[in-house]
Design a protein around this ligand. Structure first.
Ligand code: UD1
Length: 381
């Protein structure tokens, strides 16, 4: 008998993460696992959603709840209503959730109350900063899960601190969950798509970028985008760093674009728009971002995903936050936490521009996290 799983995705990073398990099912587990995909519609612009289904070959969602943007409560509540209907109809053996978004929280709350085992991929990560909505989503989702797959050793240690029993070999359920360290499905993806990205990329040529010289920057955390002061500090630092031959390319999340247009000082905005050393562009596809990551000098970001992908491709990163869930790369000297401090961003950038010797030990598994997870899912049947 096939194990039937419902996969809940909604935001850009989850769509990308889910492709690793969908690929493993297609290639190796199609006679053992049946996957039904639900898209909550949290991200809805084509370049935040549809583009990834096409280029990563993800099966079309059977359901799209089309929830879109709203306050946290309204967005999560609408998702919960829609997901309850889907779970009732599909009666899956498990629900798979990724990461820490409102889509994850909605899925975990509904499935656990319907007595459907929750499988949380990318569990155990903590920033220890509950001002981040993602931290709340992570904690709740982990504590409602039956199977927890952590991408790092640190994730396992964090769960242990919260009372998870790591030696649990009894039959597992929500009261007796099972924690597995399996590596990062995003490492699977970066390895899988690295070469194809270089073959298919258009972004380097489109923007006249020279390998090894430019800086890739992304910015979307509400803590940075919604504070005019922090947003201005970061952009001023980029203006300071960028020169001809050291261009900064910034694929902009729609949230960031909105705040730049609405709140940024007009003089600074003009300065950015009139220079060709800072390139503010629309969000790019996964293959294009993967190409940029492989060919840049280093990365400046507040995204959890980008700092790690920098590491996968042996690039340093400057993290525009006070803390990170991926502390191992900071502790190992591959990334620097600078918050939104203009001076610290500039100093870190000069350090990396001058070149620093660093090692990149393997923190994120063997590139087969998705297969490991599928093996555990089969056992649920
Ligand atoms: C969400 C996740 C965050 C993740 C991020 C990745 C939560 C709480 N946050 O943040 O963890 O890192 O996705 O991108 O779930 N918008 C569009 N088009 C879109 C999507 C969003 O214009 O396709 C704009 C809207 O103005 C919206 C804003 O972006 O209000 C925020 O979108 P939302 O999904 O609420 O959160 P993200 O900031 O994307």
């Amino acid at each position: 008998m096939k194990t039937k799983i419902v996969t809940v995705i909604g935001a850009r990073p989850q769509i990308i993460k889910s492709s690793a398990i969908s690929r493993a099912i297609r290639n190796k587990y199609h006679d053992k696992l049946e996957e039904v995909i639900v898209h909550t519609g949290q991200h809805y612009d084509d370049n935040m959603s549809q583009v990834f289904f096409v280029e990563l070959n993800i099966p079309s969602p059977k359901y799209n709840l089309k929830i879109g943007s709203a306050s946290h409560a309204v967005q999560t509540a609408e998702m919960m209503k829609g997901l309850e209907d889907v779970f009732k109809k599909e009666q899956p053996q498990a629900v798979i959730l990724y990461g820490d978004t409102n889509s994850t929280l909605a899925g975990a709350t509904v499935a656990s109350k319907m007595d459907i085992p929750v499988v949380h991929v990318e569990s155990g990560l903590r920033s220890y900063n509950k001002a981040m909505p993602e931290e709340i989503n992570r904690i709740v989702s982990d504590h409602l899960s039956t199977l927890l797959f952590t991408p790092t050793e640190l994730g396992v240690a964090n769960l242990k601190k919260e009372g998870f029993n790591l030696e649990n070999n009894a039959p597992y359920n929500i009261d007796n969950p099972k924690v597995h360290y399996c590596g990062d499905v995003m490492y699977d993806n970066s390895l899988h798509f690295a070469e194809l990205a270089m073959k298919k990329e258009t972004v380097l040529t489109d923007y006249n970028l020279v390998e090894g010289t430019f800086i890739l920057c992304t910015l979307h955390r509400p803590a940075n985008t919604d504070s005019p002061e922090r947003l201005a500090n970061i952009l001023e630092a980029l203006v300071h760093i960028s020169t001809k031959g050291k261009e900064v390319i910034v694929p902009l999340h729609p949230r960031t674009r909105k705040f730049i247009n609405e709140t940024l000082d007009k003089k600074l905005l003009d300065e950015i728009e009139n220079t060709d050393t800072i390139k503010l562009i629309d969000p790019v596809s996964f293959l294009n971002i993967t190409a940029l990551e492989q060919k840049c000098a280093f990365i400046i970001t507040d995204s959890g995903g980008l700092q790690k992908e920098a590491y996968f491709f042996q690039k340093p990163s400057i993290i525009l936050r006070a803390e990170t869930e991926w502390m191992e790369i900071v502790a190992n000297g591959n990334a620097t936490l600078v918050d939104a401090d203009k001076q610290r961003i500039i100093e870190a950038a000069y350090t990396y521009l001058n070149g620093v010797e660093m090692e990149f030990p393997n923190f994120y598994g063997n590139g087969k996290a998705a297969e490991f997870i599928c093996d555990q899912l089969i056992a649920l049947a």
